[in-house]
Structure formats: C-alpha cells, structure tokens
Design a protein around this ligand. Sequence first.
Ligand code: ATP
Ligand code: MG
Ligand code: MG
Ligand code: MG
Length: 471
Amino acid sequence: MTGNEIRQKFLEYFKKHEHRLVRSSSLVPSDDPTLLFTNAGMVQFKRVFIGEEKRDYVTATTSQKCVRAGGKHNDLENVGYTARHHTFFEMLGNFSFGDYFKEKAIAFAWDLLTNGYGLPAEKLWISIYLDDDEAFNIWHEQIGVPKERIVRLGEEDNFWAMGDTGPCGPCSEIHIDRGPAHGCDNPACAVGCDCDRYLEIWNLVFMQFNRSEDGTMTPLPKPSIDTGMGLERIASVVQGADTNYDTDLFVPIMEKVGEMSGKKPGENPAWDVAMKVIADHSRAAAFLVNDGVLPSNEGRGYVLRRILRRAIRYGRNIGLTRPFLKDTVRVVFAIMEDAYPELKTQESFICSVIENEEIRFSETLDNGLKLLNETLEGLAAAGKKELSGDVIFRLYDTYGFPVDIVKDVTKGSDVRLDMQGFEKIMAERREMSRSKVKFDAMNEAYLSLSSAGVQTAFTGYERTEDKAKVL
Ligand code: ATP
Ligand code: MG
Ligand code: MG
Ligand code: MG
C-alpha cells in the first residue's frame, strides 16, 4: 500500500462509519495566537470540543498537516536522529464531539489496524493511564489483548489536557514492537522508552473531565474523542520499512539528495542524519511557505528560517555547497500534490522563497562554521568545555546561526553551551532596539500581502496624489 493509499484507507474507513470528512486546516492556526503551528488534528476543532461552536456533524475524520518545531511540542532536534520524528507530518484522526466514547474509539482503532492494515495483533502493545480501569477492561475483555501487553503509564505520556484548565482526560496509545534491532541498550527498554523499538503509532484521547482553576476535575456531561496517528509511522509499519524515511513518502526525496551529493544511505551514520534532515526539512519548508509563512527574524517566520538553515548546514556535511533545497522541494511536490493540489499552483513561488533564503545564508555559513570550529578547537586545546554566550551570540547576530545549529554541531561532544550568557546578551540587545522602528514587522506585512496574491502597481502616471485621495 502506498502512503496515499494508506491515507485514503483511513479516511474511507471513518467515512463508512459515518464520520464527516473534513479537510486539513492550515499550518497557521486561524484563531489561536497562542499556538505557533497546528500540531495535532484537534486544533481546528478546539472550539467545537469546548462547546463554543456548533457544527452540523458530531463526528469527523481528517488528515491534518502538522508542524512540531518551536513551541510546546518541539521535535526539531530529534529530526535526523530518530526513525519516527518529523518537523512536518500528517496526523490521521477521528473525532467525536459528545457522540461515541471509549468503547467505540478503541474498537474502531483495533479493527482498522488489524483488519484494515493487516497488522499482527500479537505485536501490538497498549498503554493506558494509571487508573483508567475502564480502558483496561475494554482492551482486555472486549478486544482480547493479553494483560501483559497492556501497560499503565503516568501523566506525561498518557494524560492529555487542552491547557491548565478546561477539557482533559486519560489517553491510550497503541504501539507496535518492531523488534530488538530497533531497540536500545537499556535493559529496561519497554513501551514508553524513547527509542524506536516500541513504536507509538496511534494516540486515543478520552476527553472526559473539566479541570477548574483549583485543579478539581469534574466529569464532562458529554465526553469526547480525539485521536491521532502519524501517517508516516503507520506507512513505515505497513510497508515494512525500517524508518519513516524508507517509505514511499520519503524515498524519492532521499534519492534526490543521494543523487546530488553522491552519498548512499547506510555508508556513514553522519551522512544518513544529513540526508534525513534535508528530506524532512524540505517537506516542512514547502508546506509552511504554502500556508503563507515566510522566513523572517520573528515568530513563525523564524522557525521556518531555523528549519531552512538547519537543512543547509547539514547539506554541508555531505558536500552540498550550492543551493539544493529548491530541487529537493520539487520532489516533495511530485509526491504530495495529489493529496494537496494547492501546492502545484504555488510551486514557483515556494521554490524561489526557498532559493533566496539559501543564497542569503550560504554567503555567511562558511565563515560562521569556521569561527565556530576554530573556537571549539581553541577550547579543546585549553582543556575548556564551555562555549561562551558571547560566541553563540556572535554566530547568531553576525552569521545568522540559529542556536539549533550550534547545538547540532556540538551534539555528542562534551562542550556545554552558556545559554544563560547568550540570553542575557539577547535581552540587552532587545532592550536597545525597543525604540527602533520595526522595519522587520513592516516587511513581513508586505510579504504576507504578496504571498496572499496581493500585488501593488505604480499608479503615479494616471493619478496624482490628490486624485488618489479623492478616489
Ligand atoms: P512520541 O512519543 O513518539 O514523540 P507523541 O506522544 O509526542 O509521540 P502524540 O502527541 O501522541 O505524539 O501525537 C499523536 C501521534 O502523532 C503519535 O502517536 C504519532 O503517530 C504521531 N506523531 C507525533 N509526533 C510526531 C512527529 N514529530 N513526527 C511524526 N509523527 C508524529
Ligand atoms: Mg513527542
Ligand atoms: Mg509519546
Ligand atoms: Mg503520544
């Protein structure tokens, strides 16, 4: 089954079970300034869950574009190093707004995974929240999962809350044992371990309480269901691929990176990381620009800039010194445009935004890397282990190095980063520029107009200033 077919099968399954098929919302949340990017399927339904908005359906299914970079869920630095984390991914979900609850949600998920996708039941493991006996009984008695494969986990993994107050509840996750070859050295490795062996594929959230200011939890009159399964992860399982990057959603991008760099996967672990980072970030960049985000020094635009610059920096590790992202991004279009036809109409705009950023950054990247490497060599020679906030700031300010890059370069070494010193200098600079006119903000406003298709024309030949005012 191809990635497209796997997505289709999910949506068809829930449509058949009377769910309304709803399109993915934008990566930029429309009415939530507190959230950097849409990071889960439930985001577009938040107001429906809390009863502030009524729709003409009570169950829905989506394949939602998500970005987890920056903000609360931040997987940016995992990307390249795990088999399963992306900055951009698609979350398949089914939702019940006060309609069905635990029993049906669990039965749907089990049926689709084992009968629909044909996963071996004996390899599936279930995690539930500590005291959620109701979920335990459904899994064990109704579905027939043996007790040994149902694990109770705590708040961090298996309890979900919309915020400090409001709807919340236990969740139950479905994992698949991918075998010891995917595991780690920890003898206690089990469901919930950070390695890729017990791969978490699907999270079922049971929204059943309302948490008030003082922390008390009262049952919701109409409990709801919110689920999410990463398309790339289920694709890796269904396709028997080692990692998400070995599925048809990624292989053509990886091949393009291989073709341009002359490197093959499996030859050198550091090259593999670079290839994965580039493939992942190409997708994120294409989809973020498509949803109107442009590289800048603030907010969402800065996260996009960090993603692009991280990809460019890793490109250097495999000898890519000329702009290359515009080419990998074209492969992203070829893979994704059937599911997201709107990508096609924006192709040349998206590619030129990305290429501009590449050209801009490439000019300073090598000088910055030189400074960083020389500084690190100097530290090593002097037997020191801390990179000063001053150097981190200079790399950021003069060479446009997001801190992630410094972290990536020093990853695995015993060099500490003086982040406090860096933050202190940043705060001083911010203070100094407070009174300065916000040219960046103005720039962004114009850029977002142009990305929304608004064009300005010079009208001075036809209209004088006075006339324009009258009109
Ligand atoms: P993990 O523990 O692997 O980081 P999570 O518990 O943070 O995953 P959830 O917030 O429960 O993930 O999201 C629901 C589902 O979305 C996950 O079960 C997984 O299939 C998918 N998912 C989550 N984060 C990512 C990511 N960064 N890249 C790809 N898929 C993801
Ligand atoms: Mg996570
Ligand atoms: Mg998890
Ligand atoms: Mg989870």
